[in-house]
Design a protein around this ligand. Structure first.
Ligand SMILES: Cc1cc2nc3c(=O)[nH]c(=O)nc-3n(C[C@H](O)[C@H](O)[C@H](O)COP(=O)(O)OP(=O)(O)OC[C@H]3O[C@@H](n4cnc5c(N)ncnc54)[C@H](O)[C@@H]3O)c2cc1C
Length: 455
């Protein structure tokens, strides 16, 4: 039976424990939650040993891969924090068009290995996101409108189950487990030590158009973007942002379209016919770009070392109705870092082999970013409370941005949510693995003030 080397096990109060706890969360807003034990796993055998230790000592397990959960989901009170951040191995089988990737790998490292083979994967937009939580939560990555959510590219997983066994799970051997891994996010009940991923063709060109408009055009631009999606190829990722625009030094409504294409010079043409285009304050038109530049843009939208609160709803329907309900949110963007994303994913098709569900044409997401802890409540109220005013239009949330602790909504279709709990009961009957967080566990100022809804 594998043993954990002593320096990989930190009990509360021991040296290095507190640093490891803080390092487990990318957000500068650290949770006020303290696991009893932190395990710094170096390899799969450490993970097996950690799960067996947790069973023996009755410790519920929270997991950290890239540490990008906005609420620090892996860091819970009591129990074990299983830190997988050292699991960063990548191996590519170019002929089979697959890669075996460990959960703390980040997008740029993966794409760097794939590009020489002409291969690609829809990684998360920011370069620092770990693939572990990203893929399990669905994974809305670069070019996902065409390639689907990242979880649909899972071919198999290596996973340590609650009984302490490490299994290679495929659709043939463990269909229920694979179904759950594709989209249950922080509700998954096992430790994935390796994702076996189907790969895609590297796009020949990436083109980008950005138009920034004055804020008085906000509603007009958002409505136009909503309707214009229908004219765009699925190879075009399309979104708008309402917030401060560096360089212009003012708030704007900016639309961005990114095309992952072969040689199609007209792929972004529908943007050029925007009726208010003559009023653009700045524009970039079908400019050739690279993944490195795309990561850089994304990184600058959510800089590190800040406090972040995120939320979002899937919605569709008459856009005027959405805009009416969203006005309080859009009118009250709190500062120069916070913004609202109006992301036109278009409603991607669901699959029977995947629990990933609950999505619509538009993903509307407040991103609150600030630095002063005294401003926590105001920003969290904006991100979660103002969004609650759109609840009647919600078709669900993304587990990437919300794990149910600060605003409850549905992350799966009702039928899939029921099936997930049935599968969990079979695989993890004693509840060894933590599931979705509750408001009682959340330590955000918003939850502590009693504003978080349970259902
Ligand atoms: C700056 C930034 C940009 C982002 N951009 C995107 C984006 O473009 N698209 C998108 O879809 N999401 C995006 N996200 C959200 C992101 O996908 C989720 O926060 C995701 O959970 C991050 O994965 P992680 O491994 O880094 O997180 P972690 O905090 O390490 O993990 C979060 C949770 O996922 C589960 N988990 C993680 N790894 C494993 C594992 N190996 N086995 C079992 N369970 C595991 C656990 O419940 C864990 O607590 C972004 C987040 C940030 C902070």
């Amino acid at each position: 039976m594998p043993e954990l080397p002593a320096d990989r096990l930190l009990r509360r109060g021991e040296p290095h424990y507190e640093q490891a706890r803080l390092d487990a969360v990318w957000n500068a807003r650290k949770p006020d939650r303290h696991p009893d034990v932190i395990v710094l796993a170096h390899d799969e055998q450490d993970v097996v040993a950690a799960v067996r230790l947790a069973r023996d000592e009755g410790l519920a397990i929270g997991i950290r891969s890239g540490g990008h959960s906005w609420v620090g989901n892996g860091v819970r009170d009591g129990g074990m924090l299983l830190d997988l951040s050292r699991l960063q191995d990548i191996s590519v089988d170019a002929e089979a068009r697959t890669a075996a990737v460990q959960p703390a790998v980040k997008g740029p490292a993966l794409l760097e290995q794939l590009a020489p083979h002409g291969l690609f994967f829809p990684t998360g937009h920011a370069p620092t996101v770990g693939i572990g939580g990203f893929i399990l939560g669905g994974g809305y990555g670069w070019d996902s409108r065409r390639l689907g959510p990242a979880c649909h590219s899972i071919r198999a997983i290596d996973v340590v189950l609650a009984d302490g066994t490490l299994v290679h799970a495929t659709d043939d051997t463990h269909p229920d487990l694979l179904w759950a891994a594709r989209g249950s996010g922080p509700g998954f009940f096992g430790v994935v030590t390796r994702f076996h991923l189907d790969l895609h063709d590297l796009p020949r060109r990436i083109l980008r158009t950005v138009h920034s408009y004055p804020l008085d055009l906000r509603d007009e631009v958002l409505a136009w973007a909503y309707d214009t999606l229908e004219l765009l190829s699925p190879a075009v990722e399309f979104s708008a942002k309402v917030g401060f625009t560096p360089g212009l030094d003012r708030r704007t409504v900016s639309v961005t379209a990114t095309a992952f294409c072969e040689d199609d010079p007209d792929i972004l043409a529908p943007l050029e016919h925007a009726p208010f285009r003559h009023r653009a304050l700045r524009e970039v038109v079908a400019q050739e770009t690279t993944m490195a530049e795309l990561y850089d843009y994304a990184d600058r939208m959510t800089p590190p070392d800040m406090r972040w609160a995120l939320d979002g709803i899937w919605t569709d329907g008459p856009v005027e109705k959405i805009l009416d309900a969203a006005r309080p949110l859009l009118d009250s963007v709190p500062d120069t870092t916070s913004h609202v994303l109006w992301m036109l994913w278009g409603g991607l098709p669901e699959r029977a082999d995947s629990c990933w569900s609950s999505q619509a044409k538009l993903y509307l997401s407040p991103n609150a970013g600030w630095t002063d802890p005294a401003e926590d409540l105001a920003h969290e109220e904006w991100a979660h409370g103002t969004l609650a005013g759109l609840q009647h239009l919600s078709k669900g949330l993304q587990f990437s941005d919300n794990n149910l602790a600060d605003r409850f909504d549905h992350g799966l279709s009702p039928a899939n949510a029921v099936r997930l709990e049935e599968i969990r009961a079979a695989y993890d009957p004693d509840g060894l693995f933590r599931s979705y967080m509750t408001p009682q566990e959340s330590t955000t100022a918003y939850a502590v003030a009693g504003h978080a809804r349970t259902h």
